[in-house]
Design a protein. Structure first.
Length: 85
């Protein structure tokens, strides 16, 4: 999206939202590109990355252990004699 600096003054909040959402926002002055609005990406330090990775691992292992055992998941379809109900 290209917009003049003059027009952008009244729409700054919306332009920032669009830039944060990934839209390309270019401010022009006298018809020429002057400024590009881009979202700032945060860079995690080593400890933050490690903590995030541990959270993901914990959630993954919790999902893996939840629910019935796959080998026994269809036992309700069969009677005690092993034949279909």
């Amino acid at each position: 999206m290209r917009i003049s600096v003059t027009d952008a003054k009244g729409q700054l909040t919306e332009l920032v939202r669009r830039a944060e959402a990934g839209d390309e926002v270019i401010l022009t002055r006298h018809g020429h590109e002057a400024v590009r609005l881009v979202a700032v990406t945060t860079v995690l330090d080593r400890n933050d990355r490690r903590a995030l990775l541990e959270q993901v691992r914990a959630r993954g292992s919790a999902k893996a252990t939840a629910g019935p055992d796959a080998a026994r998941s269809q036992d309700f379809l069969y009677g005690d004699d092993g034949l279909p109900k």
